[in-house]
Write a protein that binds this ligand. Structure first.
Ligand SMILES: NC(=O)C[C@H](N)C(=O)O
Length: 453
């Protein structure tokens, strides 16, 4: 289902019907909630779904958490408002790991999501519902959020395209804050062209989010570069991390394909990249512990009554938050505590800067850095790995969040019947260049390798 096929038609009811029919099994849509777009917009009649951490007036925004189970959105996020103005209609909100913390969607208070490509497996996380909903064919596109890979990794697991724009490209006004220096709204679709169209509509400076930037290039138009002129850097870390052998074999096929098209592909040692997961798991929980302190039984959502203020806080947070969220709050509080601040938070911030400088240096010489999106294939639901094993799944996606770079996951065939995604990380605020290369790659990928699209 692509936007080109749908313009001029009204498929809203059809989409809702499909969700009713199939989603009992997949559980990717938490609630069907319709907010109609502008009737005069070019895209009127076309539905989309929104991750349940993005506010849309007229819908609830639960963040996949019991603590916000009955929370109604008081206003609409800027990104969604722009899509509504263009005519698109919201048809519902999608399931997610609680407060966007997780890689499998098993950390939702409303049950896990199944991967439409293999119902025994996870769809990835944290935007697993949004990825699964596009893969299941409910809507041509959906919105997610990406703090450490939460759009790209589920896109790879479900066999769709997932794009995280540069930090500052899309307003975060109305996106529930997890880790404010890393969060960015992203798009899932069936092809790169639709991702470009939707991002172009959403982007731009927003007085309500001071981190947004003006971007004056049209993301839908190609810049002047073809695959034979493209210079690609592969970080050596791809080979010495615990990546699945089959993932690496498929990655080699991508390299061969690109070289056959004339692209220059070099492998380089970028040792700074090996610290990304460590930096992320200091900075993201630190910011989260501060951002989530507002869910205290007073200001928002659930209140569990108890005698005395501290006991009420405790009862509310104890009963309202899940295990992974509690773990992150504990880690973040520890990292920020006065005794450990220098040792952890402050040091991680410095290493983050070193990583950014290094990536910038590499991206002066190359158009993009390429990795598999995920080092592993989608695990089975209920596999219950150790937390660190889940955290390491984001090893290749986290660097783009730490540096603010745009990054995209594109399907490339399958591995043992499961989708495989290739990740391109581009130059900061040069999203038009990354999307052109991604689109060239996508269009030239042999038909049989687009079997998930
Ligand atoms: N939310 C994300 O982008 C990523 C990551 N999987 C996390 O659990 O933090």
């Amino acid at each position: 289902m692509t936007l080109d096929d749908l313009v001029g038609k009204n498929v809203i009811e059809e989409s809702i019907k499909r969700i009713y029919e199939r989603d009992k099994e997949i559980n990717s849509v938490l609630r069907i909630e319709k907010v109609e777009g502008n009737k005069d917009g070019n895209y009127f009649g076309i539905p989309f779904l929104v991750k349940d951490n993005i506010l849309v007036e007229g819908t609830k925004t639960t963040n996949g958490s019991k603590i916000l189970e009955n929370y109604s959105s008081p206003y609409t996020a800027t990104a969604v408002e722009k899509l509504l103005k263009a005519g698109f209609t919201v048809v519902g909100k999608t399931n997610m790991d609680e407060f966007a913390m997780g890689n499998t969607n098993e950390h939702s208070a409303f049950g896990p999501v199944k991967n439409p490509k293999d119902l025994k497996r996870v769809p990835g996380g944290s935007s697993g519902g949004s990825a699964a909903a596009v893969a299941a064919g409910y809507v041509p596109f959906s919105l997610g959020s990406d703090t450490g890979g939460s759009v790209r990794q589920p896109a790879a697991f479900c066999g769709v395209v997932g794009f995280k724009p540069s930090y500052g490209m899309i307003s975060r006004y109305g996106l529930t804050a997890f880790s404010s220096s890393l969060d960015q709204i992203g798009v899932f679709a069936n092809n790169v062209k639709d991702v470009r169209t939707v991002t172009e509509i959403m982007k731009g400076k927003d007085p309500k989010d001071s981190t947004t930037l003006e971007h004056d290039k049209d993301l839908v138009k190609n810049v002047d570069i073809d695959l034979s002129q493209t210079k690609i850097c592969i970080p050596k870390v791809v080979y010495h991390e615990n990546a699945d052998d089959n993932v690496i074999k498929q990655f080699e096929r991508v390299i061969n394909f690109l070289r056959s098209k004339g692209a220059k592909v070099d492998i380089k040692d970028i040792p700074e990249l090996e610290y990304s997961v460590a930096i992320y798991y200091i900075i993201a929980p630190a910011e989260a512990s501060s951002n989530l302190s507002r869910y205290d039984g007073v200001k928002y959502g659930l209140r569990n009554h108890a005698l005395g203020l501290n006991k009420m806080y405790k009862a509310t947070r104890e009963g309202g938050l899940g295990i992974e969220v509690k773990r992150r709050i504990m880690m973040g509080t520890f990292n920020l505590s006065s005794l450990y601040y220098d040792q952890y938070y402050s040091k991680a911030s410095k290493v983050r800067k070193l990583l950014s400088n290094k990536m910038k240096e590499i991206l002066n010489d190359y158009h993009l850095i390429m990795t598999p999106t995920s080092p592993v294939l989608p695990p089975k639901i209920g596999e219950k790995l150790k937390p660190l094993d889940y955290y390491l799944m984001d090893i290749f996606t986290i660097p783009a969040n730490l540096t603010g770079s745009p990054a995209i996951s594109i399907p490339f065939g399958d591995v043992q019947g499961l989708p495989f995604g290739i990740q391109f990380i581009g130059r900061y605020m040069k999203d038009e260049e990354l999307l052109t290369i991604a689109d060239n790659f996508f269009k030239e990928t042999p038909r049989e390798l687009k079997n998930y699209v």
